[in-house]
Design a protein around this ligand. Structure first.
Ligand code: CO8
Length: 260
């Protein structure tokens, strides 16, 4: 895969995607958003991938937001389209059929924080800073932030972050509940890879359907969510992996999951 603004590396079943515009602290302009969408569309059918890690280039930023310079002079219609364009790209990442880990190495502001929130798990360096500073620019978070953040941490904490526009440390965000772990900067990628390897060793079809149950079930009424969970559980019994997982347990050996 060849991109102008993204770097991609695959190591066995683990892919690592790096947003690569360090000169602008990896800010999201139209090119990055278009490539993120294109990347998600291409990778979603890659059966070899079991976990994707997303990070930012350089030591300073994960992604410092939407490209502020590119927003100047937009018409209301253009601004709305830009928001929808970014939301569509992030939805495609959220809907990838495998686990996605954000390895947040520095500033995750505005659209950068929203990109992390479209990932399944967020690991952060001690140096990371999160925030939704859109109101400081006279804007509101429009890449999914006003929707994903309250779902992740509740309305009250989300309102504080959105209305204040302040930056928060990784530890504060862990307390808020949307950062899973905070690690030393030099350990971040290692930790993300370790977690990715653990997830990659589990039944890929099971992880994929568990993700679907968690993510879409969260939006449903409890009873409908339970129905969906039971349905997805039933579907797993058409997979070879389910048979392999249970057989391996009974035969006291490690399972050899094939993702089928
Ligand atoms: N967009 C464009 N360029 C950026 C951005 C950004 N979001 N962030 C940093 N840069 C650029 C700087 O302009 C600078 O470039 P140059 O050297 O050419 O001047 C370079 O990156 C380095 O940045 P700084 O010199 O500012 O580095 P500092 O260490 O002094 O500060 C900060 C780092 C605190 C991260 C600072 O750069 C900053 O505050 N950046 C902006 C953060 C921000 O407000 N992000 C939210 C943007 S809004 C958003 O994401 C969603 C809005 C949706 C809008 C949709 C419109 C339709």
């Amino acid at each position: 895969m060849n991109f102008e603004t993204l770097l991609y590396q695959q190591n066995g079943p683990i892919g690592t995607l790096t947003v690569n515009r360090p000169q602008a602290l990896n800010a999201l302009n139209k090119d990055v958003l278009r490539e993120l969408k294109q990347f998600a569309d291409e990778i979603k059918t890659n059966k070899d991938i079991r976990v994707l890690i997303i990070t930012g280039s350089g030591e300073k930023a994960f992604v410092a937001g939407a490209d502020i310079k590119a927003m100047q002079g937009m018409s209301p219609k253009e601004a709305e389209s830009f928001s929808i364009f970014a939301q569509t790209a992030f939805n495609s990442i959220e809907e990838l059929p495998f686990a996605v880990i954000a390895a947040v190495n520095g500033f995750a502001l505005g659209g950068g924080c929203e990109l992390a929130l479209s990932c399944d798990i967020i690991l952060a360096s001690e140096k990371a800073k999160f925030g939704l500073p859109e109101v400081t620019l006279g804007l509101l978070p429009c890449f999914g932030g006003t929707q994903r953040l309250p779902r992740a941490i509740g309305l009250y904490k989300a309102r504080e972050m959105v209305f204040s526009g302040e930056f928060y440390s990784a530890t504060e965000c862990k307390e808020f509940g949307f950062v899973n772990r905070v690690v030393a900067p030099q350990e971040l990628i290692n930790e993300a890879q370790k977690l990715a390897s653990t997830i990659a060793s589990r039944g890929p079809v099971a992880v994929s359907k568990a993700k679907q149950s968690l993510n879409t079930g969260f939006e449903l009424h409890m009873r409908e969510g339970l129905q969906q969970e039971a349905h997805l559980f039933g579907e797993l019994f058409t997979s070879e992996d389910q048979n392999e997982g249970i057989s391996a347990f009974i035969e006291k050996r490690s399972p050899d999951f094939r993702g089928k």
